[in-house]
Design a protein. Structure first.
Length: 257
């Protein structure tokens, strides 16, 4: 089995990416490119064969490929992102995924961002958020191939479900308290991010057992280590300024070599 990942390079226009209205400085494309190279290196070191798509200057948020296509069941579902400015991003992503998957799509009024789709064990949790609506969740469920799809209301100001909750293992989730009703994760072990570490839940488990954690969330990494996981810190501050995290920067799957 080989591990594959798709990423997309950072455009100069990344400084104009969508971001919270919090007065923080705009992300720096040069710094983001350095972080992106570190991210790709971490995926490759874990065994992924990484394909990098060229940046698209017309779409400042294009590095966040996770949002524009979701691998579900046996297909790649090209989403209709909740932000209108992102709806032209998918073309090259869909073309790359078409080498390995039948490609499906969704139509208005459905909206869905891949950042709202969290697969843990045999369930797929889907955030009902500012970006993802019920029609988008229904379209995902049509393609889920019998996998249980569980809608989860996501309270602002977090952007996506995976801004606040991510999977650590088939039986464990990491939650930043305050944004979702944790009772939906019944049967799973729940760990909480460290207080004050916004975005700390957006971690990326790698083949081999290491879990990438944004390096501005060191106390959350300690929570994981104490619970027996193997965290590895990775710089992601420029992407965090654009409201993105570690999962957002790639689409990952497995294939026979
Ligand atoms: C956006 O607002 O759409 C981007 N600036 C950030 C998207 C982050 N994606 C993700 O969390 N999956």
């Amino acid at each position: 089995m080989s591990y594959r990942a798709l990423v997309r390079r950072v455009p100069d226009s990344f400084a104009r990416s969508l971001r919270p209205d919090d007065g923080a400085p705009a992300p720096d494309p040069g710094g983001a490119r350095v972080e992106h190279a570190g991210y790709v290196a971490a995926l490759e070191a874990a065994g992924y064969r990484v394909r990098s798509l060229p940046a698209d200057e017309a779409h400042p948020d294009c590095p966040f490929v996770e949002d524009v296509a979701v691998i579900i069941g046996d297909v790649a579902l090209v989403t209709r992102p909740g932000a209108p400015s992102r709806r032209g991003e998918a073309g090259p992503v869909a073309a790359a995924l078409a080498a390995d998957f039948p490609v499906e799509s969704m139509a208005a009024p459905a909206t869905l961002d891949g950042g709202d789709v969290l697969q843990v064990g045999a369930r797929v949790f889907v955030g009902r958020s500012a970006r993802t609506n019920d029609a988008g969740i229904s379209r995902l469920a049509e393609l889920a191939g019998g996998v249980e799809v569980v809608p989860v209301d996501v309270a602002g100001p977090v952007l996506h479900l995976k801004s606040a909750v991510d999977g650590l293992a088939a039986d464990t989730v990491l939650v930043q308290p305050g944004f979702v009703d944790e009772s939906v994760f019944g049967g799973l072990r729940i760990l909480h991010t460290a207080p004050g570490e916004a975005g700390g839940a957006n971690v990326l488990p790698l083949p081999g057992g290491r879990i990438l954690v944004a390096d501005h969330c060191p106390e959350t990494a300690r929570v994981l280590a104490t619970a027996g996981f193997e965290p590895a810190l990775l710089a992601a501050r420029e992407f965090a300024r654009a409201d993105g995290g570690l999962t957002c920067l790639s689409i990952r799957w497995q294939r026979e070599p």
